[in-house]
Design a protein. Structure first.
Length: 150
């Protein structure tokens, strides 16, 4: 086998390992979130995105940041509104537009969820030394940059 073939095979094994590991971690986090809070990971992602955007986001902006369709976000946001975690606020000077933002209950609830989530991730990845975690995170960032053409 040539050096180029070996490199391709190694990168393919890396990809498959990343995929399997991502699925393993996501499944574990999904179950933890369901058991501890009765929430899904997509709901957590919406709350997390809104937490980072305290002034709120329009639905299209929220969809764009989450990289999912408006329809998917609409269903999740509707449920979060019903639960009192998120509110819709009219946009000044635009009668058709609304912002979505966390309520005080949403901020409090998300803070607890985020802390638990961080602990679950830390436990799941505890076998990875900090130096390795930092190195892999940097390498993954390089892959994304390369894909973005930067």
């Amino acid at each position: 086998m040539s050096e180029a073939d070996s490199a391709r095979k190694a990168r393919l094994r890396l990809w498959l390992g990343l995929l399997r590991t991502t699925r393993f971690v996501e499944n574990a986090l999904r179950e933890e979130m369901r058991l501890a809070y009765g929430h899904t990971l997509p709901r957590f992602d919406v709350l997390s995105t809104l937490d980072r955007n305290a002034d709120g986001l329009q639905m299209s902006e929220l969809s764009q940041q989450l990289m999912v369709s408006n329809g998917n976000v609409t269903v999740i946001v509707e449920r979060l509104v019903q639960d009192g975690l998120v509110e819709r606020v009219p946009v000044a000077n635009d009668k058709r537009a609304t912002l979505v933002r966390l309520t005080p209950l949403g901020k409090e609830t998300f803070a607890g969820m985020a802390s638990a989530h961080e602990g679950w991730v830390d436990r799941l990845l505890a076998s990875v030394p900090v130096e390795d975690a930092e190195l892999v995170a940097e390498r993954l960032k390089n892959i994304r940059r390369q894909g973005d053409g930067q």
